[in-house]
Design a protein around this ligand. Structure first.
Ligand code: OGA
Ligand code: MN
Length: 277
């Protein structure tokens, strides 16, 4: 069955039909998914009944998988990260971010499967950082060229969130030691399409290198606001069986935290990417 695509907004997002992620995709089907991802940046697959192993195997077609230094993972597979409101405070996901940008080689993409959903609420938003970059006035683009910024895990995982539990605190300390702050260009280039994208996010970017902190704060605030203008974004209302796949190099996302005290469980498989340039 050929794959069909239904775009969600002009900026990004498409619903994919004709793909069963519980089966290994043949080369042509996988190439079609890859092409769709390049074009639409975030893809949604409905009515998927996939095991953790199938989710991991699909993600692994794109490259080696990442194991998160803080979030728990499934008992069976370290590569299946668990976002469960019963296990963790997920406050850092209710903030615009690109996953794991605190790494030297941040993820190229993620595969997120909805496992337990509230009846209403718990939507996720994505924004296209390429659309946002393209819309910047030329003088601003010129000003950003060559600038770099620091990304720090500690910004999204502050010690207060780990309470008094010594084990959780020790894990955070280990995660910080293993993931010291990194520098990335403020504008990165997609390695395949060549499109430029704004690559700073509220989640992890702490400052623009070489600028006084107040100037850096002002410029970052301008970019954080610009990158999430509604015309660059989309919002997804999850249904049971939904699986999302996003290009994490050129998008940011935000998990709306509006459904407590209901439980929400998502499983993520995360594909390691290249060093941003
Ligand atoms: C993630 C994330 C969004 C969500 O998986 O990286 O931010 O809706 N989750 O749970
Ligand atoms: Mn995320």
């Amino acid at each position: 069955m050929p794959l069909t695509l239904e775009p969600i907004t002009p900026a990004l997002g498409a619903v994919v039909q004709g793909v069963d992620l519980s089966q290994p995709l043949d080369a042509a089907a996988f190439a079609a998914v890859e092409a769709a991802l390049l074009e639409h940046q975030v893809l949604f697959f409905r009515d998927q009944d996939i095991t953790q192993a199938q989710q991991r195997d699909f993600a692994a077609r794109f490259g080696p998988l990442h194991v998160h230094p803080i979030y728990p993972h499934s008992d069976e597979f370290a590569e299946i990260m668990i976002l469960d409101t019963d296990l963790n405070d997920l406050a850092d996901n209710a903030l615009w971010h690109s996953d794991v940008s605190f790494s030297e080689t941040p993820p190229l993409g993620s595969v997120l499967a909805a496992r337990v959903l509230p009846d209403v609420g718990g939507d996720t938003l994505w924004t296209s950082a390429t659309a946002a970059y393209a819309a910047l006035p030329e003088p601003i683009k010129q000003m950003l060229a060559g600038l770099t910024a620091t990304h720090d895990l500690a910004k999204s995982f502050p010690a207060e969130r780990f309470g008094a539990d010594p084990e959780a605190r020790a894990q955070l300390e280990r995660a910080k030691q293993n993931n010291p702050p990194v520098t990335h260009p403020i504008v990165r280039t997609h390695p395949v399409t060549g499109l430029k994208a704004i690559y700073v996010s509220e989640g992890f970017t702490t400052h623009i290198n070489g600028l006084p902190q107040d100037v850096s704060d002002s410029l970052l605030s301008l970019l954080f606001r610009h990158v999430v203008r509604p015309e660059f974004t989309m919002r997804w209302r999850w249904r049971a069986g939904d699986v999302a796949l996003w290009d994490n190099r050129i998008t940011q996302h935000f998990a709306v935290d509006d459904y407590r005290p209901h439980r929400r469980v998502m499983h993520r498989a995360t594909v390691i990417g290249d060093r941003p340039f």
